[in-house]
Design a protein around this ligand. Structure first.
Ligand SMILES: NC(=O)c1ccc[n+]([C@@H]2O[C@H](COP(=O)([O-])OP(=O)(O)OC[C@H]3O[C@@H](n4cnc5c(N)ncnc54)[C@H](OP(=O)(O)O)[C@@H]3O)[C@@H](O)[C@H]2O)c1
Length: 355
């Protein structure tokens, strides 16, 4: 089955995703019976394009255009659109893919921590036009999970966001697909790689600013560093987890939040030299008066599994009614893992359609 992909956002994650599609094309065809082709790409400053004559965009040419600072409109054989929403309308109107459930919008725009927009608008418009949505952006699930999931059900399409938390490690898909009837009662985790990297670098005597600069150069820190340092990224992930796994119906602004900006290297080193570790912990628990969802630095004993996480490592402990506690540990995080989250969601959509 041929699936058409419309990419909204063509930054670090989306470009790694495009290369991963190429690397795994044979396996996709052999194991899943899926052929994926990119029919359009939308960005903020690099133009919005779709393939002329309902064909596929030359993804190699698109990669080299953006990576050499040129507009996507320099790619041969394309038709430009005014913006991402106009592009979506044009792509949905051409051919049968949207009608047949073979159009998948892959949304990887940047996190807007004020309101989650325009990512939410992209998801809503995509579902409304007959496309499935796969996103690595936390915004949609963190700000509007209930509404978007209801829209997906109404449209008979899928809304998937595995890459929003812990990159490619299955969290949402693991619970939904393999843990029927299990209730998640709470969670606790280290879910932001940049702050964990900074904290462990400071334990080793390095400066805050140097460690942050390194994560930005690697494309792992958010473009706006305060999203990581002030705990907003972790709060968005905590809100997404609480909304999806615990029915919280909250936004990141409802998460009690303290970042790591107030931590000195001396304080971090003092904790380490007394056998403890400071980690930025995202957590949720049910209380008599509702859910308590928070992000804050905690001083942990070395025996705590979360204390042992170094560098970009992440972990999430889910407290459940039937399984007790289960812990997911991500040793390696990066663009490949996040790109894989998108790919695994795309395959998941394909399997549901073809089975
Ligand atoms: N980097 C990671 O390791 C990682 C891990 C997990 C999740 N994520 C999430 O994945 C998403 C993408 O991350 P990234 O590192 O790829 O970001 P990035 O490199 O900054 O790329 C963002 C892309 O979105 C486009 N964009 C921004 N606003 C837009 C708008 N209004 N309409 C259309 N396109 C728009 C940008 O266009 P221009 O190219 O024209 O600027 C760019 O192509 C983010 O939500 C991030 O939180 C990232």
């Amino acid at each position: 089955v041929i699936f058409d992909l419309l990419l909204i956002g063509f930054g670090h994650v989306a470009r790694r995703f495009v290369r991963l599609l190429d690397e795994r094309a044979d396996r996709l065809a052999a194991d899943e019976g899926m052929t994926l082709r990119i029919v359009g790409i939308g960005t903020r400053r690099h133009g919005c394009i779709r393939a002329a004559d309902a064909g596929a965009v030359d993804s190699g040419a698109a990669l080299s255009a953006v990576e050499s600072g040129r507009s996507l409109e320099t790619v041969p054989g394309i038709v430009p659109a005014a913006d991402a929403l106009a592009l979506l309308r044009d792509v949905a109107a051409q051919g049968d893919a949207a009608r047949d459930g073979r159009l998948i919008v892959v949304e990887t725009t940047v996190l807007d921590i004020a309101r989650g927009r325009p990512a939410i608008d992209h998801v809503q418009a995509a579902l409304g036009s007959g496309a499935h949505v796969v996103t690595a952006n936390k915004g949609p699930a963190a700000f509007a999970y209930d509404a978007l999931q209801a829209a997906a059900v109404r449209a008979g399409r899928r809304f998937r966001f595995e890459g929003a938390v812990m990159d490619g490690i299955p969290v949402f898909n693991l619970v939904r697909e393999t843990m029927p009837l299990v209730a998640v009662e709470g969670f606790r985790g280290v879910v932001n790689s940049t702050t964990n990297y900074i904290l462990t670098a400071m334990e080793g005597g390095r400066e805050f600013a140097d460690a942050l600069a390194e994560m930005q150069a690697a494309g792992i820190a958010e473009a706006d560093a305060s999203l990581d340092v002030d705990g907003w990224d972790a709060a968005a992930k905590a809100a997404a987890l609480a909304n999806v796994l615990m029915g919280a119906g909250i936004t990141p602004h409802d998460v009690a939040r303290t970042g790591i900006g107030g931590l000195s290297r001396a304080a971090v080193q003092a904790a380490a030299s007394s056998g403890r570790r400071i980690r930025l912990i995202a957590s949720a628990a049910r209380r008599a008066d509702g859910l308590d969802v928070r992000v804050a630095p905690e001083t942990l004993p070395e025996t705590d599994l979360l204390a042992s996480l170094a560098g970009g490592e992440n972990a999430l402990a889910l407290r459940t009614d039937l399984l007790g506690e289960l812990v997911l540990v991500q040793r390696d995080s990066g663009l490949t893992q996040t790109a894989y989250a998108l790919l695994s969601d795309v395959v998941g959509v394909g399997r549901e359609l073809t089975n």
